[in-house]
Design a protein around this ligand. Sequence first.
Ligand code: FES
Length: 252
Amino acid sequence: MAQRAQAAPAATERLGSTDRRDAWWLAPALTALGLTVLGAYSFWAALQNAHYEFGPYLSPLYSPKVVAPWWPLSPALLILIPPVLFRATCYYYRKAYYRAFFLDPPACAVGELHLGKYAGERKFPFVLQNLHRFAFYLAFVWLFFLWHDVWKALWFDGRFGIGLGTLVILASTGTLTLYTFSCHSFRHLAGGGLDCFSCSAAARTRHGLWTKLTVLNGHHMGFAWISFFAVTFADVYVRLLSLGVLHDVRFL
Ligand code: FES
């Protein structure tokens, strides 16, 4: 019996093939650029172990300040483990870097890069992404250190005041707080696992919190980027003050 000729692969089975007519490549390209620039700068700054402090200002990349005599490298490389795990396993960033770097796929309805066996997030190492909620707990604790830095940035030699650096550090911590509070895991923690939102006072309270977190969660991608920029900018600002390149403006 004559065999039928094998069908040619569909257009969407080749990397980048698509019927889309819009600039689908723009978002993954900008994502790759943004993550590369911000990630490379943060890694470089974390390696320096210098110029991360000026007066009452502390770079968020070095907060909390730790003393680890047994650790031969910059302490920032230890300090940043929880925030990096939090971002690396974030539901939004997963989508972003799977598209931008793994091209798997680069966008909806666009041919992907076939890297072999696709197992989703069910096998090592990507199964570890499911630990995101635990990274959230750590990131939540980190917020206390960062808000303490905001408080310290209000005091200049024992006198209350506000400088441009205070606002820069406040912007960094404030946007990080919005990013953390808009996390999908936090939203689930508030309102997940309930069969009835109105059956008890506790359930009603959780529903109220869940509703507010849902509003924040709708802006999670924006908070992810704004907070990354704000943290990086805070480090740049403190570094330039420490190097004597900039002078802090004092408002009070
Ligand atoms: S989902 Fe993005 S930080 Fe939790």
